[in-house]
Design a protein around this ligand. Structure first.
Ligand SMILES: CCC/C=C/C=C/C(=O)SCCNC(=O)CCNC(=O)[C@H](O)C(C)(C)COP(=O)(O)OP(=O)(O)OC[C@H]1O[C@@H](n2cnc3c(N)ncnc32)[C@H](O)[C@@H]1OP(=O)(O)O
Length: 318
Protein backbone atom coordinates (compact mmCIF):
# COMPACT_ATOMS: atom_id res chain seq x y z
CA UNK A 1 0.00 0.00 0.00
CA UNK A 2 2.78 2.39 1.06
CA UNK A 3 4.88 1.31 -1.93
CA UNK A 4 2.03 1.95 -4.40
CA UNK A 5 1.31 5.32 -2.79
CA UNK A 6 4.98 6.25 -3.17
CA UNK A 7 4.92 5.06 -6.80
CA UNK A 8 1.80 7.09 -7.62
CA UNK A 9 3.26 10.13 -5.92
CA UNK A 10 6.52 9.64 -7.82
CA UNK A 11 4.63 9.45 -11.14
CA UNK A 12 2.55 12.45 -10.19
CA UNK A 13 5.76 14.09 -9.04
CA UNK A 14 7.35 13.58 -12.47
CA UNK A 15 4.29 15.08 -14.14
CA UNK A 16 4.32 17.92 -11.66
CA UNK A 17 8.06 18.47 -12.23
CA UNK A 18 7.51 18.58 -15.99
CA UNK A 19 4.77 21.10 -15.44
CA UNK A 20 6.98 23.02 -13.05
CA UNK A 21 9.93 23.17 -15.47
CA UNK A 22 7.77 24.79 -18.16
CA UNK A 23 5.96 27.05 -15.80
CA UNK A 24 9.24 27.96 -14.02
CA UNK A 25 10.41 29.70 -17.17
CA UNK A 26 7.26 31.79 -17.15
CA UNK A 27 7.63 32.25 -13.42
CA UNK A 28 11.22 33.44 -13.72
CA UNK A 29 10.17 36.23 -16.04
CA UNK A 30 7.19 36.91 -13.79
CA UNK A 31 9.59 37.06 -10.82
CA UNK A 32 11.72 39.64 -12.60
CA UNK A 33 8.60 41.79 -12.98
CA UNK A 34 7.56 41.00 -9.42
CA UNK A 35 10.97 42.04 -8.08
CA UNK A 36 10.76 45.29 -9.98
CA UNK A 37 7.30 45.81 -8.54
CA UNK A 38 8.27 44.75 -5.02
CA UNK A 39 11.13 47.23 -4.74
CA UNK A 40 8.95 50.00 -6.06
CA UNK A 41 5.91 48.77 -4.10
CA UNK A 42 7.87 49.58 -0.94
CA UNK A 43 6.99 53.16 -1.74
CA UNK A 44 3.44 51.97 -0.89
CA UNK A 45 4.80 51.51 2.62
CA UNK A 46 5.12 55.16 3.32
CA UNK A 47 5.47 55.88 7.02
CA UNK A 48 7.08 58.48 9.25
CA UNK A 49 8.20 56.15 12.03
CA UNK A 50 8.70 52.87 10.14
CA UNK A 51 11.04 52.08 7.29
CA UNK A 52 9.99 49.10 5.16
CA UNK A 53 12.40 47.32 2.83
CA UNK A 54 12.55 44.07 0.86
CA UNK A 55 15.92 42.43 1.69
CA UNK A 56 15.03 39.18 -0.15
CA UNK A 57 12.17 37.74 -2.20
CA UNK A 58 9.00 37.59 -0.08
CA UNK A 59 10.81 39.02 2.98
CA UNK A 60 9.91 42.45 4.34
CA UNK A 61 12.01 44.26 6.90
CA UNK A 62 10.19 46.76 9.12
CA UNK A 63 12.57 49.03 11.01
CA UNK A 64 11.35 51.34 13.76
CA UNK A 65 12.97 54.54 12.63
CA UNK A 66 13.23 57.21 15.32
CA UNK A 67 16.85 56.59 16.32
CA UNK A 68 17.37 60.04 17.85
CA UNK A 69 14.48 59.40 20.21
CA UNK A 70 15.60 55.80 20.86
CA UNK A 71 12.63 54.59 18.83
CA UNK A 72 10.19 55.82 21.46
CA UNK A 73 6.61 55.02 20.45
CA UNK A 74 4.86 58.28 19.59
CA UNK A 75 1.28 58.74 18.30
CA UNK A 76 2.36 58.28 14.67
CA UNK A 77 4.05 55.01 15.56
CA UNK A 78 0.92 53.60 17.23
CA UNK A 79 -1.17 54.53 14.17
CA UNK A 80 1.36 53.36 11.61
CA UNK A 81 1.92 49.92 13.17
CA UNK A 82 -1.71 48.98 12.48
CA UNK A 83 -1.59 50.36 8.94
CA UNK A 84 1.74 48.70 8.20
CA UNK A 85 0.84 45.24 9.50
CA UNK A 86 -2.61 45.30 7.89
CA UNK A 87 -0.87 46.11 4.62
CA UNK A 88 1.73 43.37 5.11
CA UNK A 89 -1.07 40.90 5.85
CA UNK A 90 -2.56 41.58 2.41
CA UNK A 91 0.70 41.89 0.48
CA UNK A 92 1.24 38.78 -1.64
CA UNK A 93 4.92 39.71 -2.00
CA UNK A 94 5.32 39.34 1.75
CA UNK A 95 5.61 35.92 3.41
CA UNK A 96 7.78 36.79 6.42
CA UNK A 97 8.52 40.01 8.31
CA UNK A 98 11.62 41.01 10.28
CA UNK A 99 11.04 43.72 12.90
CA UNK A 100 14.05 45.66 14.22
CA UNK A 101 14.99 49.08 15.57
CA UNK A 102 17.29 51.70 14.05
CA UNK A 103 20.15 53.28 15.96
CA UNK A 104 21.46 52.76 19.45
CA UNK A 105 18.61 50.75 21.00
CA UNK A 106 15.67 48.60 19.86
CA UNK A 107 13.08 50.78 21.61
CA UNK A 108 12.65 52.98 24.69
CA UNK A 109 8.91 52.10 24.77
CA UNK A 110 6.14 54.65 25.10
CA UNK A 111 7.05 58.19 24.05
CA UNK A 112 6.78 59.98 27.37
CA UNK A 113 6.88 63.40 25.73
CA UNK A 114 4.15 63.06 23.09
CA UNK A 115 1.28 65.38 23.98
CA UNK A 116 -1.09 63.68 21.52
CA UNK A 117 -0.80 60.37 23.37
CA UNK A 118 -1.44 61.92 26.74
CA UNK A 119 -4.34 63.94 25.42
CA UNK A 120 -5.95 60.79 24.05
CA UNK A 121 -5.63 59.15 27.47
CA UNK A 122 -6.17 62.02 29.88
CA UNK A 123 -9.07 63.90 28.35
CA UNK A 124 -10.27 67.40 28.81
CA UNK A 125 -13.48 65.96 30.35
CA UNK A 126 -13.81 66.69 34.03
CA UNK A 127 -16.41 64.05 34.88
CA UNK A 128 -14.67 60.76 35.70
CA UNK A 129 -17.35 58.57 34.08
CA UNK A 130 -17.14 60.51 30.82
CA UNK A 131 -13.35 60.28 30.92
CA UNK A 132 -13.61 56.54 31.54
CA UNK A 133 -15.98 56.04 28.61
CA UNK A 134 -13.55 57.88 26.32
CA UNK A 135 -10.59 55.86 27.57
CA UNK A 136 -12.55 52.67 26.99
CA UNK A 137 -12.39 53.65 23.32
CA UNK A 138 -8.81 54.88 23.16
CA UNK A 139 -6.97 52.11 25.08
CA UNK A 140 -8.08 49.31 22.68
CA UNK A 141 -6.72 51.39 19.82
CA UNK A 142 -3.24 51.19 21.38
CA UNK A 143 -3.75 47.46 21.90
CA UNK A 144 -4.68 47.06 18.22
CA UNK A 145 -1.24 48.31 17.21
CA UNK A 146 0.37 45.09 18.44
CA UNK A 147 -2.56 42.76 17.89
CA UNK A 148 -2.09 43.67 14.21
CA UNK A 149 1.24 41.77 14.38
CA UNK A 150 -0.54 38.69 15.70
CA UNK A 151 -3.41 39.03 13.22
CA UNK A 152 -0.98 39.25 10.32
CA UNK A 153 -0.77 35.63 9.13
CA UNK A 154 2.84 36.07 8.02
CA UNK A 155 5.43 35.08 10.68
CA UNK A 156 7.12 38.08 12.31
CA UNK A 157 10.71 37.75 13.57
CA UNK A 158 11.69 40.34 16.20
CA UNK A 159 15.40 41.25 16.17
CA UNK A 160 16.26 43.06 19.39
CA UNK A 161 19.49 44.88 20.23
CA UNK A 162 20.34 46.84 23.37
CA UNK A 163 17.27 48.20 25.24
CA UNK A 164 13.78 46.77 24.86
CA UNK A 165 11.65 48.63 27.38
CA UNK A 166 7.95 48.78 28.33
CA UNK A 167 5.94 48.87 25.09
CA UNK A 168 8.84 47.04 23.45
CA UNK A 169 8.05 43.93 25.49
CA UNK A 170 4.34 44.24 24.62
CA UNK A 171 5.29 44.49 20.96
CA UNK A 172 7.72 41.60 20.68
CA UNK A 173 5.42 39.37 22.75
CA UNK A 174 3.04 39.56 19.78
CA UNK A 175 5.80 38.38 17.39
CA UNK A 176 6.37 34.78 16.34
CA UNK A 177 10.12 34.43 16.83
CA UNK A 178 12.46 36.56 18.95
CA UNK A 179 16.23 36.90 18.49
CA UNK A 180 18.48 39.27 20.38
CA UNK A 181 22.08 40.42 20.62
CA UNK A 182 24.32 39.62 23.56
CA UNK A 183 24.04 43.22 24.79
CA UNK A 184 20.22 43.21 24.73
CA UNK A 185 18.30 43.88 27.91
CA UNK A 186 14.61 43.82 28.65
CA UNK A 187 12.38 45.60 31.13
CA UNK A 188 8.66 45.40 31.87
CA UNK A 189 8.88 48.98 32.96
CA UNK A 190 5.25 50.05 33.37
CA UNK A 191 4.92 49.82 37.17
CA UNK A 192 7.72 52.35 37.49
CA UNK A 193 5.43 54.79 35.69
CA UNK A 194 2.43 53.91 37.82
CA UNK A 195 0.82 51.81 35.09
CA UNK A 196 -0.32 48.24 34.73
CA UNK A 197 0.99 47.23 31.29
CA UNK A 198 -2.04 47.19 29.05
CA UNK A 199 -1.04 46.50 25.47
CA UNK A 200 -0.27 42.79 25.60
CA UNK A 201 2.62 41.98 27.96
CA UNK A 202 0.41 40.69 30.77
CA UNK A 203 -1.59 38.58 28.34
CA UNK A 204 1.11 37.19 26.02
CA UNK A 205 4.41 37.19 27.96
CA UNK A 206 3.33 34.59 30.58
CA UNK A 207 2.13 32.26 27.83
CA UNK A 208 5.50 32.54 26.08
CA UNK A 209 7.70 31.94 29.13
CA UNK A 210 5.32 29.57 30.93
CA UNK A 211 6.54 30.78 34.33
CA UNK A 212 3.88 32.62 36.32
CA UNK A 213 6.08 33.34 39.34
CA UNK A 214 8.84 34.90 37.25
CA UNK A 215 6.34 36.89 35.15
CA UNK A 216 4.96 38.43 38.34
CA UNK A 217 8.44 39.11 39.72
CA UNK A 218 9.49 40.92 36.51
CA UNK A 219 6.19 42.79 36.27
CA UNK A 220 5.91 43.92 39.91
CA UNK A 221 9.56 45.01 40.22
CA UNK A 222 10.37 46.29 36.68
CA UNK A 223 13.70 44.51 37.13
CA UNK A 224 15.88 44.56 33.99
CA UNK A 225 16.71 41.14 32.61
CA UNK A 226 19.60 40.18 30.36
CA UNK A 227 19.76 38.40 27.02
CA UNK A 228 20.96 35.25 28.83
CA UNK A 229 17.99 35.31 31.20
CA UNK A 230 15.63 36.01 28.28
CA UNK A 231 16.98 32.93 26.52
CA UNK A 232 16.89 30.76 29.63
CA UNK A 233 13.18 31.50 30.15
CA UNK A 234 12.35 30.96 26.47
CA UNK A 235 11.52 34.60 25.71
CA UNK A 236 14.14 34.66 22.94
CA UNK A 237 15.19 31.59 21.02
CA UNK A 238 18.67 32.76 20.00
CA UNK A 239 21.37 35.21 21.16
CA UNK A 240 23.73 36.57 18.51
CA UNK A 241 27.09 38.26 19.08
CA UNK A 242 26.10 41.63 17.62
CA UNK A 243 23.44 43.35 15.52
CA UNK A 244 25.10 42.47 12.24
CA UNK A 245 25.14 38.75 13.09
CA UNK A 246 21.58 38.94 14.37
CA UNK A 247 20.26 40.56 11.19
CA UNK A 248 22.06 37.91 9.09
CA UNK A 249 20.53 35.16 11.23
CA UNK A 250 17.07 36.76 11.01
CA UNK A 251 17.33 37.13 7.24
CA UNK A 252 18.52 33.52 6.85
CA UNK A 253 15.58 32.29 8.91
CA UNK A 254 13.13 34.55 7.05
CA UNK A 255 14.40 33.37 3.66
CA UNK A 256 14.07 29.76 4.74
CA UNK A 257 10.47 30.29 5.92
CA UNK A 258 9.64 32.27 2.77
CA UNK A 259 10.71 29.33 0.61
CA UNK A 260 8.04 27.08 2.16
CA UNK A 261 4.41 26.84 1.11
CA UNK A 262 2.75 30.10 2.21
CA UNK A 263 -0.50 28.16 2.61
CA UNK A 264 1.20 25.83 5.11
CA UNK A 265 3.16 28.51 6.97
CA UNK A 266 0.32 30.98 7.31
CA UNK A 267 -2.12 28.19 8.19
CA UNK A 268 0.29 27.09 10.90
CA UNK A 269 0.47 30.62 12.38
CA UNK A 270 -3.31 31.03 12.41
CA UNK A 271 -3.75 27.63 14.09
CA UNK A 272 -0.97 28.24 16.64
CA UNK A 273 -2.51 31.56 17.68
CA UNK A 274 -6.00 30.02 17.87
CA UNK A 275 -4.80 26.99 19.84
CA UNK A 276 -2.91 29.14 22.35
CA UNK A 277 -6.23 30.68 23.41
CA UNK A 278 -8.44 27.56 23.26
CA UNK A 279 -8.61 24.03 24.68
CA UNK A 280 -6.82 21.18 22.88
CA UNK A 281 -10.12 19.80 21.58
CA UNK A 282 -11.27 23.22 20.32
CA UNK A 283 -7.89 23.69 18.67
CA UNK A 284 -8.05 20.27 17.00
CA UNK A 285 -11.56 21.01 15.77
CA UNK A 286 -10.48 24.37 14.32
CA UNK A 287 -7.43 22.72 12.72
CA UNK A 288 -9.60 20.02 11.11
CA UNK A 289 -11.99 22.63 9.68
CA UNK A 290 -9.04 24.68 8.41
CA UNK A 291 -7.41 21.70 6.70
CA UNK A 292 -10.75 20.60 5.13
CA UNK A 293 -9.96 23.40 2.70
CA UNK A 294 -6.21 23.86 2.89
CA UNK A 295 -5.25 20.20 2.30
CA UNK A 296 -6.77 20.65 -1.15
CA UNK A 297 -4.10 23.22 -1.97
CA UNK A 298 -1.82 22.60 -4.98
CA UNK A 299 1.01 23.28 -2.52
CA UNK A 300 0.51 19.85 -0.92
CA UNK A 301 1.17 18.01 -4.19
CA UNK A 302 4.02 20.36 -5.13
CA UNK A 303 5.70 19.90 -1.76
CA UNK A 304 5.22 16.11 -1.74
CA UNK A 305 6.57 15.65 -5.26
CA UNK A 306 9.52 17.96 -4.57
CA UNK A 307 10.35 15.89 -1.48
CA UNK A 308 10.21 12.63 -3.43
CA UNK A 309 12.18 14.01 -6.37
CA UNK A 310 14.67 15.78 -4.12
CA UNK A 311 13.94 19.08 -5.87
CA UNK A 312 12.89 22.46 -4.55
CA UNK A 313 9.23 23.37 -4.87
CA UNK A 314 8.28 26.84 -6.03
CA UNK A 315 4.99 28.03 -4.61
CA UNK A 316 2.60 30.52 -6.20
CA UNK A 317 1.83 33.79 -4.54
CA UNK A 318 -0.87 33.80 -1.90
C1 LIG B 1 -1.58 53.46 26.34
C2 LIG B 1 -0.19 53.17 25.90
C3 LIG B 1 0.28 51.90 26.49
C4 LIG B 1 1.71 51.73 26.44
C5 LIG B 1 2.48 51.78 27.55
C6 LIG B 1 3.88 51.67 27.47
C7 LIG B 1 4.62 52.00 28.54
C8 LIG B 1 6.07 52.03 28.48
O1 LIG B 1 6.69 51.83 27.44
S1 LIG B 1 6.87 52.34 29.94
C9 LIG B 1 8.54 52.65 29.46
C10 LIG B 1 8.83 54.08 29.13
N1 LIG B 1 10.22 54.24 28.74
C11 LIG B 1 11.20 54.55 29.58
O2 LIG B 1 11.00 54.76 30.72
C12 LIG B 1 12.59 54.61 28.96
C13 LIG B 1 13.18 55.97 29.03
N2 LIG B 1 14.46 56.08 28.31
C14 LIG B 1 15.61 55.57 28.79
O3 LIG B 1 15.69 54.95 29.81
C15 LIG B 1 16.86 55.85 27.98
O4 LIG B 1 16.58 56.89 27.08
C16 LIG B 1 17.39 54.63 27.19
C17 LIG B 1 17.98 53.63 28.17
C18 LIG B 1 16.32 53.97 26.36
C19 LIG B 1 18.51 55.10 26.21
O5 LIG B 1 19.47 55.84 26.90
P1 LIG B 1 20.50 56.77 26.10
O6 LIG B 1 21.43 57.35 27.09
O7 LIG B 1 21.05 56.03 24.96
O8 LIG B 1 19.61 57.92 25.46
P2 LIG B 1 19.01 59.26 26.15
O9 LIG B 1 20.06 60.30 26.13
O10 LIG B 1 18.39 58.94 27.43
O11 LIG B 1 17.85 59.64 25.12
C20 LIG B 1 18.14 60.10 23.81
C21 LIG B 1 16.96 60.88 23.33
O12 LIG B 1 15.81 60.01 23.28
C22 LIG B 1 14.77 60.55 24.08
N3 LIG B 1 14.00 59.45 24.71
C23 LIG B 1 14.48 58.32 25.27
N4 LIG B 1 13.47 57.59 25.74
C24 LIG B 1 12.34 58.25 25.49
C25 LIG B 1 10.96 57.99 25.74
N5 LIG B 1 10.53 56.87 26.33
N6 LIG B 1 10.06 58.90 25.35
C26 LIG B 1 10.43 60.03 24.70
N7 LIG B 1 11.74 60.35 24.44
C27 LIG B 1 12.66 59.46 24.82
C28 LIG B 1 15.48 61.41 25.10
O13 LIG B 1 14.61 62.34 25.67
C29 LIG B 1 16.57 62.01 24.25
O14 LIG B 1 16.01 63.01 23.48
P3 LIG B 1 16.76 64.44 23.30
O15 LIG B 1 16.94 65.00 24.67
O16 LIG B 1 15.87 65.23 22.42
O17 LIG B 1 18.09 64.11 22.68
Amino acid sequence: MLVSLRTSLRLLGREASRFLVTSNLEKRSLNLCANAISSSSNSGYDFKTLKVETPADFVKHVEINRPNKRNAMNANFWREMVECFNQLAKDEDCRVVILSGAGKVFTAGLDLTDGEIFQSLVMSETDCSRKAFKMAKSIPKFQDSFTAIENCPKPVIAAVHSACIGGGIDMISACDIRYCTQDAWFQIKEVDLGLAADVGTLQRFPKIVGNDSLTRELTYTARKFSSEEAESIGFVSRILKDKDQMMKQALGMATNIASKSPVAVQGSKVNLVYSRDHSVSEGLDYNAKWNMVMLQSEDVMKAASATLNKTKAVFSKL
